[in-house]
Design a protein around this ligand. Structure first.
Ligand code: PFF
Length: 453
């Protein structure tokens, strides 16, 4: 059976609309906030190479798989998976993959919103001239004082959650398409500007060496897991986010070409952020392994000391918050789409409930930076645990299942039909990767981490 359906939630108005929305989902805090700090914590160059390999061999094929599954099913990931399992005469339990994604998206959004809240706080700090002429120590103190205040963080986290749910309640397509259209070019321009500043610090070469000269002795099994997990996180895979966006994709569009474009743009933003940040780190004797505070403790130094830094500082943090917003929307969309389809409640009510629940869980992350900083489970704070559990475990498991489903369970005729506007050779390469390479790689990385290899 190879006929195709339409989604009840609507369709993207064009190929560009889908590309913008999916890029909006992919490019976010993961690229600008997370990639630099995990690259820093894991020794730079070698980690970056492993990460790039994971994008190419695991991320890209799974992104294509998620999009085509979404387009074929035309519903929320949970219902899509159950319909397509039915179509392939497979076990209905496959719909649990959709559930896994809903849970991961919800957990990620809970801490994502807290970090995006830090971004909003920094828009105001930049506006009030807080970075002007500041040195590394002052900027570090600014960040520490935000971290030690649960009330401030709760305030900004609440604002970000409110805005996210407001946008989601109005339906994903309209506003988002417009926002991302200026967001991506703006982000590129400002990152280029920061790279230009980094070139003037005197430590540019040192930063580049750190980021691109591999020292494989620094690579541990955990580092490989982190790089792989981040490939999923940064491309928004393993959650159903890309699947749900794919479900609004018109039939005529080539999935392989759009996926390559999206993954390429996403990688470019992450690398640019790294190239901008590490020279500043070295020039100011800061710690490469500073952790989640890295961008908040480095980039303000650039803004405080460059011409026009006041304006660029404000613009940068505004763009960061918007980039976070276009990602957070896709983190909660699978849950909301499912509530609307199955619980017969309207979009607004679905948003209130999903938003409230996420907000409450987010408080755990807020407290893990202050009052609960000593409270550890498996040696991790709540924030660390949520991050590890989602990015390093749940997303790769979700992605693995998607790869197996697309490569082994779906009938080849059906997957080929969805990729019909791509060249036949692209289909062959994709099918090989998604059947053998991607699932085997995920499996081996897991085996390695549990110590079997
Ligand atoms: N890709 C986003 C980022 O890099 O910031 C995070 C994300 C969004 C992960 C949506 C997963 C997702 F479904």
């Amino acid at each position: 059976m190879t006929q195709t359906k339409k989604s009840i939630h609507g369709e993207w108005s064009s190929r560009l609309a889908f590309i913008l929305a999916a890029t909006g989902s992919a490019v976010g805090l993961g690229n600008i906030w997370k990639f630099p700090y995990i690259a820093g914590e894991n020794g730079g160059g070698a980690f970056v190479i492993v990460y790039l390999l994971c994008i190419l061999l695991i991320g890209l094929p799974i992104m294509i798989a998620e999009t085509l599954i979404g387009r074929r099913g035309r519903q929320s990931p949970i219902n899509t998976m159950s319909d397509l399992a039915d179509e392939a005469n497979a076990d209905p339990k496959w719909h649990y993959v959709g559930w896994l994604g809903v849970i991961s998206g919800f957990l990620i959004l809970s801490y994502y919103s807290v970090v995006a809240g830090w971004g909003i706080a920094y828009v105001f700090k930049a506006f009030l001239g807080g970075f002007s002429g500041a040195d590394g120590t002052t900027i570090k103190d600014t960040f520490s004082s935000l971290m030690s205040s649960p009330l401030q963080q709760i305030f900004w986290h609440s604002i970000f959650m409110l805005v996210t749910m407001l946008v989601v309640s109005r339906g994903v397509a309209g506003g988002l398409e417009k926002a991302v259209r200026f967001l991506m070019p703006g982000l590129f321009v400002i990152l280029m500007l920061l790279v230009a500043y980094a070139m003037t610090t005197g430590s540019y070469q040192q930063g580049i060496n750190f980021l691109f000269n591999p020292d494989f002795s620094k690579i541990t099994g955990q580092a490989v897991l982190t790089a792989m997990g981040h490939a999923f996180f940064t491309l928004s895979l393993g959650i159903g986010a890309i699947m749900v966006y794919g479900s609004y994709l018109p039939n005529s569009i080539s999935i392989t070409r759009t996926s390559i474009l999206i993954a390429g743009a996403d990688t470019a933003v992450a690398l640019l952020a790294g190239i901008a940040i590490f020279p500043i780190v070295f020039a100011n004797n800061l710690e490469v392994a500073a952790g989640p505070g890295l961008i908040f403790q480095t980039l303000p130094i650039a803004f405080g000391n460059m011409t026009g830094g006041w304006l660029f500082g404000i613009l940068f943090f505004v763009l960061l918050v918007f980039a976070a917003l276009s990602s957070s929307i896709s983190l909660i969309e699978p849950a909301v789409a499912w509530l609307v389809e199955n619980k017969e409640i309207d979009r607004k009510k679905a948003c209130v409930w999903a938003g409230l629940a996420t907000w409450v869980v987010g408080l755990g992350t807020v407290f893990s930076f202050n009052v609960w900083s000593d409270f550890k489970i498996f040696d991790r704070t709540i924030f660390d645990l949520l991050d590890y559990l989602t990015a390093n475990l749940l997303l790769p498991i979700g992605g693995f299942c998607v790869a197996v489903f697309a490569g082994w369970i779906m009938k080849p005729d059906d997957s080929e039909h969805e990729l019909r506007s791509s060249k036949p050779i692209h289909y062959q390469i994709w099918r090989f990767l998604v059947r053998y390479v991607s699932p085997a790689a995920v499996f081996l990385v897991f085996l390695n981490v549990v110590g079997v290899l």
